[in-house]
Design a protein around this ligand. Sequence first.
Ligand SMILES: [Zn+2]
Length: 188
Amino acid sequence: MIYLPNTNAYQEFVVGLKEAYPFVKIRLRSKFWLTRWLDKTLLRASKYSYITTIGPNIYVPDDWQSGSDNEKFIVLYHEVEHIRQYMQWGLENIWFGTIMVGILYLLILPMVFTMRSYFEKQAMEQTAIAMQIVGYNSEAHKNGFIQFCIDMFTSIEYLYMCPFPKHIEEWAEKTWDNAQNTIGVTTI
Ligand SMILES: [Zn+2]
């Protein structure tokens, strides 16, 4: 099977998102006190900190609209996994779920396999699928994805949520290959 990249993926996804989770809002982070505060303090130096999902709100940087549809699609595909996690852990109540996930983040803090890395791995699986849906499926994209995961999981960006580069590298490679099989991508 030859899979052709879906050039309308973003538009279709936004429509589907509104149907599935009508309460989800995309907001600019500069307009919200908590993300403003996070930007100024804890996350000041972090390059991956610009998109955060808190409850039903996906906070995006101010230049969100100028991003390409493909980039926005990949970001939302990942963040919606966090919405699903909140819904699941909150027994369909998103704010309850956000608190539950927050508690799991904070309380279960061995430095190796944290709950945080468990949640983030689920979301990165969606990132790998989204990249391939829009045709980002070359070797360079694969290597970029693996490197991104290593940076994200094993550095201070996410408080060293799983500080084992070799483990993350192997996991990321497998995740990428699984995503490729899932959506039946054939590179042409
Ligand atoms: Zn995430």
